[in-house]
Design a protein around this ligand. Structure first.
Ligand SMILES: Cc1cc2nc3c(=O)[nH]c(=O)nc-3n(C[C@H](O)[C@H](O)[C@H](O)COP(=O)(O)OP(=O)(O)OC[C@H]3O[C@@H](n4cnc5c(N)ncnc54)[C@H](O)[C@@H]3O)c2cc1C
Length: 436
């Protein structure tokens, strides 16, 4: 809530300063037009902070919510920016000497307007490219670089346009405000692409184990190299870079599948998907790696509920296994149930260890398969209301916390079932491995 209020305050700051600038009032439509432009620019500048995975932001909202908010605000800012020139009651002509406060006229000075026109054309193209980046066929890393550079270009154009054509932005206080906000946006890029990597370089890790766990799934363990490791909570994730310079863009988010109580090593379960994860057969023990983290809010530390329901689909087991391992290792008194859904039996990872964990008092495990092999005695089908009814009594549904991680369709349907069973939203924690 605090972050949302801060966001509104920052996005609304140019309106407040414009109002305080004591310039003579204009027609309503021109005030609206200026307001739209000012708010759109402020929102675009805040986008840098929203997209740069600062822990204060992503730990408050959760990374997937932060990214969704970033996407939603990008669309809103675009709508404001596109409406901005059309809302003006346009009186073309040169700046009149008798109207220095531009109460009655708008600037038609070409150099001031051209940067706004360029930004006006680039913004929708930029947003469309971001929405369709998968379909465009760019490697994720290349897309990320282009996205960052494109955003910087648009901000430079908008800054020039606001300072040279804007009525309110000409006010010295506004010039300061835009300069500080633009500097913070640029600093957020420097922090993520310069300062964080520099820190990572002084805190390297080494691959200490790598093994194929199941078809298309790898188990990876890294060990801190010359430092104490990372303070994290079970269920969180890091950006992991294996074998590349910390200053490169080659890093991917992976949930930690070990618990902090197991020591300084960190483990991951990684599913082959694209150009990075499909080359895990080339990762060797001793390879240098770097991490940025911890991030994420998928954690049950400090939760008051008496029981924890962990519902995993496929590789979504990674953070939930981290939580379960940690609960058992620390002798946590809360009860825990793990439901682990897969399509086929050979996709189950750490089957023996999970069987051992289910033997611990207060812990239950249910495997469910969509395509069970002959002789399978576990559950079959998908995680649906019948299964949840069977596993969770009314008492559990009304008092436990539910932690979900799996394919987007499964998460959406389980969330709907849980809500239908009167599980309140604050007792459902989830992490999506894909933003769109
Ligand atoms: C919070 C979180 C936790 C995750 N935990 C796990 C896990 O424990 N195990 C697991 O197997 N997978 C996990 N994933 C998914 C994993 O990050 C992607 O499968 C992996 O990045 C794909 O990379 P690739 O280069 O092989 O595939 P690509 O084909 O390059 O990418 C496929 C898709 O993965 C996403 N992606 C790729 N690179 C990045 C990046 N640097 N940052 C953000 N998204 C990216 C994009 O949506 C992209 O379109 C997690 C994702 C998130 C967001």
């Amino acid at each position: 809530m605090g972050l949302i209020l801060l966001y509104l305050a920052v996005a609304g700051l140019p309106l407040l300063l414009s109002w305080a600038s004591n310039t003579p009032p204009r027609s309503f439509s021109n005030e609206i037009a200026s307001g739209l432009g000012l708010v759109a620019f402020a929102m675009i500048l805040v986008q840098f902070v929203l997209s740069e995975r600062f822990r204060t932001v992503s730990s408050g909202l959760g990374l997937d919510r932060t990214i969704r908010f970033h996407q939603l605000m990008a669309r809103t800012a675009l709508a404001f920016a596109l409406l901005h020139p059309f809302a003006y009651h346009w009186l073309p002509g040169p700046d009149r000497p008798w109207d220095p406060t531009r109460q009655l006229t708008l600037t038609s000075d070409f150099p001031s307007l051209i940067t706004g026109i360029l930004a006006f054309v680039l913004l929708p193209a930029f947003l469309l490219a971001a929405i369709n980046h998968d379909a465009l066929g760019y490697k994720y890393e290349r897309w990320r670089l282009l996205h960052g550079l494109g955003a910087l270009l648009i901000v430079a154009l908008l800054l020039h346009h606001a300072l040279s054509a804007g009525r309110y932005s000409a006010d010295p206080r506004m010039v300061w405000m835009w300069s500080i906000m633009a500097a913070l946006a640029v600093f957020s890029l420097i922090a993520v692409y310069g300062l964080k990597p520099a820190y990572q370089r002084s805190h390297p890790w080494r691959v200490s184990a790598i093994a194929r766990l199941a078809p298309h799934q790898w188990g990876l363990t890294i060990t801190p190299d010359g430092h104490a490791g990372l303070a994290y909570k079970a269920g969180q994730f890091v950006w992991l870079n294996i074998g590349h310079s910390p200053f490169s863009l080659y890093e991917n988010p992976f949930s930690i599948s070990s618990g902090p109580s197991s020591g300084a090593d960190m483990s991951f379960i990684i599913k082959e998907l694209g150009d990075c994860t499909s080359h895990f057969d080339q990762v060797k023990v001793g390879d240098r790696s770097y991490i940025d983290g911890p991030h994420g809010t998928l954690t049950v530390d400090g939760r008051p509920e008496p029981g924890i329901a962990l519902i995993a689909g496929g590789v979504g087991i990674a953070p939930l296994l981290g939580i379960l391992r940690d609960l058992v290792q620390t002798g946590d008194p809360r009860q825990a149930v793990l439901i682990y859904a897969n399509r086929t039996r050979d996709q189950i990872v750490f089957e023996d260890e999970i069987a051992d964990l289910s033997g611990v008092e207060g812990t239950q495990v249910f495997h469910i398969l969509q395509e069970p092999p002959e002789g399978w005695t576990g559950l079959t089908g998908v995680v649906d209301s019948a299964l949840l009814d069977r596993v969770f009594s009314d008492d559990r549904l009304s008092s436990w916390v539910f932690v979900l991680c799996g394919p987007p369709r499964m998460m959406t349907s389980v969330e709907e079932v849980l809500m239908a069973c009167a599980v309140s939203a604050d007792r459902i924690l989830s992490e999506r491995f894909q933003y769109d």
